[in-house]
Write a protein that binds this ligand. Structure first.
Ligand SMILES: *Cc1c(COP(=O)(O)O)cnc(C)c1O
Length: 422
């Protein structure tokens, strides 16, 4: 099946007389004929549903569709993108371990790693998304358990060289985990370039309409956990499951099974079936929406580039952009709908411009059907001085502009009338 067809029909195949659309299974629990039948489920001897904190059919259909879109073997949903990234790393790293991460990642993920997961005893080293093989290798320690990065970083829009990071990871016997939220599998399939595990904030393009928070994790099934002794959680018996060894007993589904039956069991960041239903409705048009998001971003970036009130524009789909070649290699059909740019007059002009926008709304959200924008220096990053802003790649004049799926002429007309006022 082509990826467009998977978007519409992937994973759910109703039998004769069953609902055509994925049903919302609004039930916490599932009935069994005997205690023994249920006991087998608790022992993971048979597959089935028993409590919706662990698994729910609606969530499983959406997760399986995302796994198909990514070309992976198994997937799971989480309550948010934050939970997805936490589970993805915590599933293979524990107190005393170390992780190498790209420095160009979503602010929430940076905080999760740099503050909260450090409190759990996991250490992090941050490297540039443009680091050479040697520089990445220099950050690796004997206790490093994975490398993490974003295919297109939010908000700095850097495109990671997936193959280089994957090579270093594999030479050290560890997996590469990538957050593919901004590109989505429509534009980039990281497994084809050696990435092992993909995460998503489904809150963004996947659900696509800014109505539900959610996350997903997908395993490529390609990483061999048994190749070394770095992953005892997968390769030695789990006493909380009567001595099961995930990598032996679940084969290619080992990583997702462990994340489900251990982390979801104990931490419980589930996605609600109602939200999974809405996520699946979003997935059905993801291929159409991504094409329009990219087309609009390209047109908006072209317009901005030729406007003398604009000092700079960042969009890797623009010829001449410093990441144009990398974007062509990893996401030849387009990157995403987000463009960033600077306005003459810095911070003051940026806020004056944004306050004059009519169609584009000022919101913290990004990557949905409605055009929206954010001025990080006066909102998400307002506690930082201008000097600190420069250091984390967010200049005081930077506007993050997320092109929706409206008509590009209307988006550009809105930008035009707001620029005319400054
Ligand atoms: C928004 C976002 C997250 C966090 O996702 P939530 O669903 O808001 O928890 C993680 N990574 C990236 C790249 C994001 O854009």
């Amino acid at each position: 099946m082509h990826i467009d067809t998977i978007c519409v029909q992937g994973s759910y195949e109703p039998k004769s007389g069953e609902p055509r659309v994925i049903p919302i299974v609004q039930s916490t629990t599932y009935k069994y004929e005997s205690s023994d039948a249920m006991g087998d489920l608790f022992d993971l001897k048979t597959n089935g549903y028993f409590y919706s904190r662990l698994q729910n059919p609606t969530c499983d259909y959406a997760a399986a569709k995302i796994a198909m879109l990514e070309g992976g073997v198994a997937g799971m949903l989480t309550g948010s993108g934050q939970a997805a990234n936490f589970y993805a790393v915590f599933n293979i790293a524990q107190a005393g371990d170390h992780v190498v991460s790209s420095a160009a990642i979503y602010g929430g993920t940076f905080n999760l790693f740099n503050v909260t997961m450090r409190k759990l005893g996991i250490d992090f080293t941050f490297v540039s998304p443009f680091a050479t093989k040697e520089e990445i290798q220099a950050a690796i320690r004997p206790n490093t358990k994975c490398i993490f990065g974003e295919t297109i970083s939010n908000p700095s829009l850097d495109i990671m060289d997936i193959e280089t990071f994957a090579q270093v990871a594999h030479e050290n016997g560890i997996p590469l985990i990538m957050d593919n939220t901004f590109a989505t599998p429509i534009n980039c399939r990281p497994f084809a370039f050696g990435c092992d595990i993909v995460t998503h904030s489904t809150t963004k393009y996947m659900e696509g309409h800014a109505s539900t928070i959610g996350g997903a994790i997908v395993d490529s099934g390609n990483f061999d956990w048994m190749q070394n002794d770095k992953f005892p959680g997968l390769t030695t018996p789990d006493e909380s499951y009567h001595g099961l060894t995930y990598a032996k007993d679940f084969g290619k589904a080992a990583y997702i099974t462990k994340a489900t039956v251990q982390l979801m069991r104990d931490l419980g960041s589930v996605q609600a079936p109602q939200n999974a239903f809405l996520l699946n409705v979003g997935l059905e048009s993801l291929h159409l929406r991504m094409a329009r998001h990219c087309e609009n971003a390209r047109k908006v970036a072209e317009y901005l580039k030729n406007n003398d009130k604009i000092t700079w524009v960042k969009c890797a789909m623009l010829e001449g952009d410093d990441q144009y070649d990398r974007a062509k290699k990893y996401m030849p059909d387009g990157t995403c709908g987000v463009v960033s740019f600077g306005i003459k007059g810095g911070r003051k002009a940026a806020t004056a411009f944004m306050d004059s926008l009519k169609l584009a709304a000022i919101v913290t959200h990004v990557a949905d059907a409605r055009t929206c924008c954010l001025h990080p220096a006066s909102t998400t990053h307002r506690q930082l001085s201008d000097k600190e802003l420069e250091e984390c790649g967010v200049t005081p004049d930077l506007i993050r502009f997320s092109c929706g799926i409206e008509n590009a002429e209307d988006i550009i007309a809105d930008i035009q009338q707001a620029l005319d006022k400054i």
